[in-house]
Design a protein around this ligand. Structure first.
Ligand code: PMP
Length: 331
């Protein structure tokens, strides 16, 4: 019998796939962990169940309770999946740069979505942090998971993502690469891989140009979604990260399109970004055949069909040259 009890039983155990075509001139083996195989379509499914379990145990979430969270979409999907199974209402606050597709997905899972402006300071009352704080205060029975500071985020990666990669590479992984948003993925997974390997695994963060992690003196807007920050979240443990490789929007989006066209991997912009960091690092350090790099790809390209995979959007946003370079030959 292979029937599982509910869709939430299928979180984790995502595949590792070797990259064969975008790795020209690199001797190291580069494999990607494809997180869109999770039932909600992203790595964030992993943190949702652990966060809700912990809140039920501590009494922060009671029957009939409401989950309120600022989320760029993926955490919302994960939380909504678990919440609908257990009868909780969900309200998600998202910045307006988050695609209309992602908002529709949240609503489809039964969540309510509140949209806030991206271009304001974190302490502005209109910011998505401030709005979610206010809703969590005002709504009776509200619980705010706060993925930015909730230790169950990194913990879920320590307990699932890390061991899956360690065993999935026959304990041969030498380098791990992941984008940094809340920092939960890289901190939890990286910590596990360092513990398991007696600090032999090198952990490399991937960060968009404009984010605080790679350059605190030049924080500005960028278009890659779900990664980078303008403050240091508690979920991020900088002591786990050996090196951070910065990537700009154009580099990330070009690689995102190439991953779909050449590797058959329809993934999101933060995935393209992480692969660019991996390739830059492998080239910079001249990694040889004995190196085995694993790059985590957080979500699916289906959430970005109207953006990265839409030629007109790319042209309108100054990425016309990428469209020309990645165009299919016409008949
Ligand atoms: N990529 C995408 C698309 C995401 O939604 C997130 C989560 N914000 C990340 C990467 C980064 O993961 P983490 O928050 O664990 O650092």
């Amino acid at each position: 019998m292979t029937i599982v009890n509910s869709i939430t039983s299928l979180v984790g155990n995502t595949p590792l796939v070797r990259l064969n075509h975008v790795t020209d001139g690199i001797d190291a083996t580069i494999a990607v962990k494809v997180e869109y195989f999770n039932p909600g379509g992203s790595s964030k499914d992993r943190i949702a169940a652990r966060i809700i379990d912990a809140a039920e145990r501590s009494g922060q979430l009671k029957p009939g309770g409401v989950i309120v969270e600022p989320t760029s979409g993926n955490t919302g999907v994960g939380l909504a999946l678990v919440a609908q199974q257990r009868g909780y209402r969900t309200i998600f606050v998202v910045p307006d740069k988050v695609s209309e597709d992602k908002r529709s997905v949240l609503r489809a899972y039964g969540a309510e979505v509140v949209v806030t402006p991206t271009d304001v300071e974190p302490d502005d009352p209109r910011s998505y942090y401030a709005v979610s704080d206010r809703l969590a205060r005002e709504i009776p029975g509200a619980f705010k998971p706060n993925q930015y500071s909730n230790p169950n985020g990194p913990e879920s990666h320590y307990r699932t993502t890390g061991p899956e990669i360690w065993e999935g590479t026959d304990r041969k992984i030498t380098h791990f690469v992941a984008g940094i948003g809340t920092g939960g993925t890289i901190s939890g997974t990286g910590r596990f891989l360092k513990d398991a390997s007696a600090n032999q695994v090198t952990v490399i963060g991937s960060d968009p140009e404009g984010s605080i992690y790679s350059n605190p003196d030049n924080v500005h807007q960028y278009k890659i979604e779900g990664v980078g920050e303008d403050f240091y979240p508690e979920a991020y443990d900088p002591t786990v990260v050996d090196s951070i490789v910065q990537v700009n929007d154009a580099e990330a989006f070009e690689m995102t399109r190439r991953l779909a066209a050449e590797e058959g991997l329809l993934v999101g912009g933060s995935s393209g970004m992480a692969v660019v960091s991996a390739l830059k690092y492998a080239r910079m350090h001249k990694l040889g055949k004995d190196a085995l790099m694993v790059v985590l790809l957080p979500d699916s390209g289906r959430s970005y069909l109207g953006k990265i995979f839409n030629d007109q959007w790319m042209i309108d946003n100054g990425f016309g040259d990428i469209v020309a370079r990645t165009a299919q030959p016409s008949l």
